[in-house]
Design a protein around this ligand. Structure first.
Ligand code: URA
Length: 244
């Protein structure tokens, strides 16, 4: 049978669990290209227009969710407390994190269902900037700045040029990386004889954490989504279909 099951599609759009959306369907609240469909197992053709209570749904092929990760959560499904516990209401089964944040780190964590987007955002070839706020045991100095710019040897491989911008209190700084190696920020400071005591990701490419409260998640806006796809040389149209 071609097409996606109606209940799976509605659940994937975040309209409720499979059980909840099946109830909406049985109640006759869902139209598929003008026809009320009461069978949750109905297979929705690729080009169909779907309405709920008369309102057209944006049939998205992909979802992207921005989370303000709090400290104490693990970027993993297997270990807990898991960041996935903070994504209730989103199609968590299909969402993967774009890079990881350490358990004690907080800030912007993006999830996406689009494997190609994920690959490009995390591959150093695309040089997507990641901006962090750090608090350090000791003040940063101009030598550290130079070392970050020139690259630091981690496991025999130099890091890509990174920016290190001390703030007014030089035990605080912003760091901008073009790649995301394991514990990279912490290890770069350790190599300089310093230690990170607090780490927060502020931005990923064109996405900023902004004032999203800690522990909350939201879908990307259409503008953010377009900017993200553009940043890695993909067409934003590849993210959605059936715009109504
Ligand atoms: N660098 C780190 O050391 N930890 C993170 O969580 C992210 C970047």
């Amino acid at each position: 049978m071609k097409g996606e099951r109606l209940d799976r599609l509605l659940a994937r759009l975040g309209l409720g669990s499979r059980k909840e959306v099946a109830r909406l369907v049985r109640a006759g609240r869902v139209l598929v290209t003008g026809e009320a469909v009461r069978d949750p197992g109905f297979h929705v053709p690729e080009e169909a227009e779907v309405r709920l209570d008369g309102k057209p749904l944006l049939l998205r092929r992909h979802h992207h969710v921005l989370l303000h990760k709090p400290g104490g959560y693990v970027t993993s499904r297997a270990e807990g407390p898991s960041v996935y516990a903070l994504l209730q209401g989103f199609p968590t089964r299909d969402l993967s994190p774009v890079g990881r944040l350490d358990k004690d780190a907080e800030g912007l964590l993006l999830f996406t269902t689009d494997g190609e987007l994920l690959h490009r955002l995390t591959h150093p070839r695309h040089k997507v900037k990641k901006r962090y706020l750090v608090h350090l045991e000791k003040p940063v100095n101009p030598e550290d700045q130079r070392a970050f710019r020139e690259g630091i040897l981690l496991e025999g491989r130099k890091t890509l040029p990174a920016e290190l911008i001390p703030l007014k209190d030089p035990t605080w700084a912003e760091v901008v990386l073009l790649e995301g190696r394991f514990h990279q920020v912490k290890r770069m400071f350790l190599a300089r004889g310093n230690r990170v005591v607090y780490l927060k990701r502020l931005a990923l490419g064109p996405l900023a954490l902004g004032d999203l409260p800690r522990g909350e998640a939201r879908p990307l806006t259409p503008g953010e989504e377009a900017a993200l796809y553009q940043a890695v040389g993909l067409s934003p149209e590849s993210a959605s279909r059936g715009l109504t």
